[in-house]
Design a protein around this ligand. Structure first.
Ligand SMILES: [Zn+2]
Length: 413
């Protein structure tokens, strides 16, 4: 029987996380384990060894995704999957991605300890190269699995030295033979640190993730006229920097006109000629806008464009606003969201609903399978950083919720 007393082993989960963090450890206490490097191979080998010890069968597909299966009683049932990634940023942390993979392992170990069998098989998955550091395009391997990208595209991506993804997989011995995706999946769950401050602020251990924000990024170019800083009177100027500054302020104000607020960031500004005594003739700046609702995101875009056009018209500026990238928002499957919330209730753990501010492999999986995510707090909301940290009790709570959500979907034998 599985009830609220069936819980993840906090100490074992923590120890396993700390053991894996030794591979690619950085002096600052983090992890630098870039995908498809020697350290990635070592981490994968260690994970596979642990899974085999726990009684799993391990398969690898042609994108290097690893599937460790704990058999169910009915081999014909599609698997309930969980997983995340083992690669990190160059100066990354010990938990981003890794927690989701090792939480899956801990689920299997805990079920083994409790003597609980499931009807459907359980798969622990490692998605290759989530971070996209070396190949500068992340989440491609889970995207190929979900049918978002072709296999040829995935294997053909090149790094800065012209090495293809496929070649790099062979080098580390993880160019598997299994077809990528195209199989039924009963459900996919990804446990992850929040990478933001909300759960910690609220002192709540579990985030039931409703979806992930969509993102639209722009490049705005403001054309004015260069001139001598000493000789051109103020009223005769077309200072592109001033126009850009007014636009940036207006764009920021637009965020506060919506509830919930979109998050809008201008993080890059280029000024020409960028000289202290020349009036700027051209400024280009970036806009990153995100919101959980695609329609809202498009309304925000229209507002931002209108505000920039008005300011450009008033100041006599030339203006170009170019959409440079877009990602649709993700809405996770109701059944999976409910399974996560029910699991938290079963384990008597407080939770709140939350949206993911970042992209995750689960966003790709949502394209091909019922998908849900579980967030746990991380210290100060800090992630993609060597100082990334999380409490063992919160990680274990997330793992316990993951286990009950998976049992819900797989069926206890
Ligand atoms: Zn991650």
């Amino acid at each position: 029987m599985a009830d609220g007393t069936t819980r993840a082993n906090e100490e074992r989960l923590w120890q396993t996380l700390m053991d894996l963090a030794k591979i690619g450890a950085t002096p600052g206490g983090g992890v630098g384990r870039i995908a498809l490097t020697e350290d990635d191979r070592k981490a994968r080998d260690q994970f596979v060894a642990w899974c085999k010890e726990a009684g799993c069968d391990v398969r690898v597909d042609r994108m290097g995704n690893i599937f460790a299966r704990r058999p169910g009683l009915d081999a014909d049932r599609p698997p309930v999957m969980t997983g995340s990634h083992l690669d990190t940023q160059p100066l990354g942390g010990r938990f981003d991605g890794i927690f989701g993979v090792l939480a899956g392992l801990e689920v299997v170990r805990s079920l083994n300890d409790a003597g609980i069998d499931t009807v459907a098989p359980l798969d622990i998955v490692v998605w290759t190269d989530e971070e996209g550091v070396r190949f500068s395009a992340g989440m491609v391997a889970s995207g190929v699995f979900a049918g978002k990208y072709d296999l040829d595209y995935g294997l053909g991506i090149v790094d800065g030295d012209g090495v293809t993804f496929g070649e790099a997989l062979k080098t580390i011995g993880y160019a598997g033979t299994e077809d990528v995706g195209g199989i039924p999946v009963e459900a996919f769950f990804e446990a992850h640190i929040e990478q933001g401050p909300i759960l910690e602020n609220d002192a709540i251990p579990i985030g039931v993730v409703l979806g992930a924000q969509g993102q639209r990024c722009f490049r705005v170019t403001v054309e004015g006229e260069e001139g001598h800083a000493g000789t051109l009177p103020m009223e005769m100027r077309r200072d592109a920097m001033l126009g850009a500054a007014r636009m940036i302020d207006a764009i920021n104000g637009i965020a506060f006109q919506y509830d919930p607020h979109p998050v809008i960031t201008v993080g890059l500004v280029n000024v020409r000629p960028n000289s202290p005594n020349t009036i700027p003739g051209q400024v280009y700046f970036s806009i990153d806008s995100r919101h959980p609702d695609n329609d809202t995101l498009k309304a925000v875009e229209a507002d931002m464009r209108a505000a920039c056009e008005t300011i450009a018209g008033d100041g006599g500026y030339g203006l170009d606003v170019e959409l440079v990238s877009e990602r649709e928002s993700t809405v996770f499957h109701r059944d999976c969201v409910e399974a996560v919330a029910d699991a938290a209730d079963t384990a008597d753990l407080p939770y709140r609903e939350i949206y993911s501010g970042a992209g995750h492999d689960a966003c790709n999986l949502a394209l091909c399978a019922p998908t849900g995510m579980i967030f746990v707090p991380c210290e100060g909301g800090i992630s993609h950083n060597e100082r990334e940290n999380a409490r063992p009790s919160d990680l274990a709570a997330g793992c316990t919720v993951l286990m009950h959500a998976m049992l819900n979907r797989a069926g206890v034998a």
